[in-house]
Write a new protein. Structure first.
Length: 298
């Protein structure tokens, strides 16, 4: 019923070309229609921050983004509304299970992969147009983001890091369920702290993905790859990212992460009051209505 927070990188985030709406579904956003209706502009700004797009790129990149949003609006949003409706039913049943949460997670992951691979032609055009100075710009942006991640989640004592993680989790839970009592917060803090604290591993994975992205862009430029070759290379990179959770050297870590996160979410659901569950139901219904309205182009 909530995002399993994994670090995102450029080609994972390239799904953001369609994911302004998915951010609402996974992470929670209180202004879906406003965000989605301005999503093409927001995504362009995001890409520009990484690449400093030049005048030759700007027009066709904006057109590609707009086309992808049109596809997404017409084909995906009602499906998101259906997924939220399923979550509503799970919550209404009053006995949500960990298996149901894991099923929701797999549903979200499947939709995320669909979005990313749908954008392959546009990603290839963008990758083929990127120049060496833009690759350098991207490296600097990655480094800046990594510094922020270290400040936010890796600085201070272990207790400080647990505090930062707990605060982030509560922002999500408060969005879904409203405010929690002190007694509930104490229970949630205990459940949060029971999760493994592996920010160093997340940083390693983050840097590894960034290096793979930079290496691919350099290879595309140096070998002057055509569109078919570029699409194939990006497909393989995306597949590598999505399959990383099954990689022998990290499977145990990711399995433990998903298991502990789903248990934490389940703990939160189980201690919520009827009023808090009603708050979540109403919020989800609002999002469902917004998705359906957006799909109808209203």
């Amino acid at each position: 019923m909530k995002k399993f927070n994994t670090p995102q990188t450029l080609f994972q985030r390239a799904r953001m070309m369609l994911l302004v709406a998915m951010m609402v579904l996974i992470a929670g956003c209180s202004a879906i229609r406003l965000t989605y209706n301005h999503g093409d502009t927001l995504l362009y700004w995001w890409l520009n921050a990484y690449l400093d797009l030049d005048s030759d790129q700007t027009d066709w990149v904006k057109k590609d983004i707009d086309n992808l949003f049109q596809w997404h609006r017409s084909t995906q949003l009602r499906d998101y509304a259906g997924l939220l409706a399923k979550m509503q039913r799970q919550l209404a049943d009053g006995n949500v299970t960990q298996d149901e949460l894991l099923s929701d997670y797999r549903d979200i992951k499947t939709r995320t992969e669909l979005l990313a691979f749908k954008a392959l032609p546009q990603l290839a055009d963008l990758a083929m147009s990127i120049k060496p100075d833009q690759i350098e710009q991207m490296e600097k942006k990655f480094a800046k983001n990594n510094d922020k991640f270290r400040r936010d989640f890796m600085s201070g004592s272990v207790e400080d890091q647990k505090n930062a993680r707990y605060k982030k989790a509560m922002e999500q839970l408060n969005l879904w369920f409203g405010s929690f009592s002190r007694e509930q917060e104490a229970q949630l803090r205990k459940a949060s702290d029971a999760r493994p604290l592996d920010n160093d591993v997340w940083m390693q994975e983050r840097v590894l993905r960034q290096k793979k992205i930079i290496a691919l862009l350099q290879r595309i430029h140096q070998q002057k790859m055509n569109k078919e070759q570029t699409m194939s290379a990006i497909h393989d990179l995306l597949r590598d990212f999505f399959d990383r959770m099954e990689a022998p050297d990290r499977k145990a870590f990711f399995d433990a992460y998903v298991d502990s996160t789903s248990k934490f979410i389940l703990s939160a659901i189980r201690i919520t009051t009827p009023d808090q569950k009603a708050h979540a139901q109403q919020r989800m219904q609002g999002w469902i209505n917004d998705f359906n309205a957006l799909a109808a182009n209203k």
